[in-house]
Design a protein around this ligand. Structure first.
Ligand code: VNL
Length: 195
């Protein structure tokens, strides 16, 4: 569905799909190139994407350009009607934290500081993405907006920003949680040496 959503911004070559995916929808739905290309072929075989050769360079070579079909658009609408599915919790940071009594001296605090550093980085990236979207300078979004009249553009931007605000709230919560963990470790101190 992330690929169909990306292609709803306009037709693009397989190469551009790979590039634009990671710079747009890939921020909320990560997929490696190794998954993208087979999936494009599958969506094409299912009739949700069309593929056509377009000229490439001056030597008569071609590259494949993919476009969302009418069935692909219908699939996007059906997807928006389906209830979301939720996966059961599998969180490596929470799992490790639940058993910090096994952490050698300093290891639990180091885990939490790494957790904070990772999410501080994610937070900055998310803020950069939100800024690009609000300025409408992000290339995929700019291209998408060019296909819509002005009065529809505002809600298209607002929905993208809304999604990243959810991501922002989550990373900020992770930072706050890990900071509370550092305080907890301070309060509890190191265990007595065994034996
Ligand atoms: C789009 C552009 C989507 C930039 C994004 O994330 C993004 C888009 C969902 O127009 O499809 O960051």
């Amino acid at each position: 569905m992330a690929l169909l959503a990306l292609l709803s911004s306009g037709p693009m070559t397989g190469y551009d799909v790979g590039k634009q995916f990671s710079a747009s929808v890939g921020h909320v739905w990560h997929a490696p190139d190794s998954q993208i290309y087979p999936e494009m072929r599958r969506l094409n075989a299912e009739g949700l994407l069309s593929a056509r050769p377009v000229p490439w360079g001056s030597r008569g070579a071609t590259k494949t350009e993919y476009a969302l079909t009418a069935e692909g658009e219908e699939e996007l609408r059906r997807w928006q009607e389906r209830p979301p599915t939720y996966v059961r919790e599998r969180d490596p940071a929470r799992l490790r934290a639940a058993y910090f009594e096994w952490a050698p001296p300093g290891a639990a605090a180091a885990q939490l500081r790494a957790h904070i550093a990772h999410h501080e980085e994610q937070r900055l990236q998310t803020l950069r993405v939100i800024d690009e979207l609000q300025r409408r300078t992000q290339p995929t979004l700019a291209r998408r907006l060019s296909r819509y009249p002005e009065q529809e553009q505002e809600r298209i931007v607002a929905f993208k920003v809304f999604a990243y605000e959810g991501q922002l709230a989550r990373v900020e919560q992770e930072i706050a949680w890990a900071k509370r963990g550092l305080e907890l470790l301070d309060r509890l101190g190191e265990p007595e040496a065994a034996g």
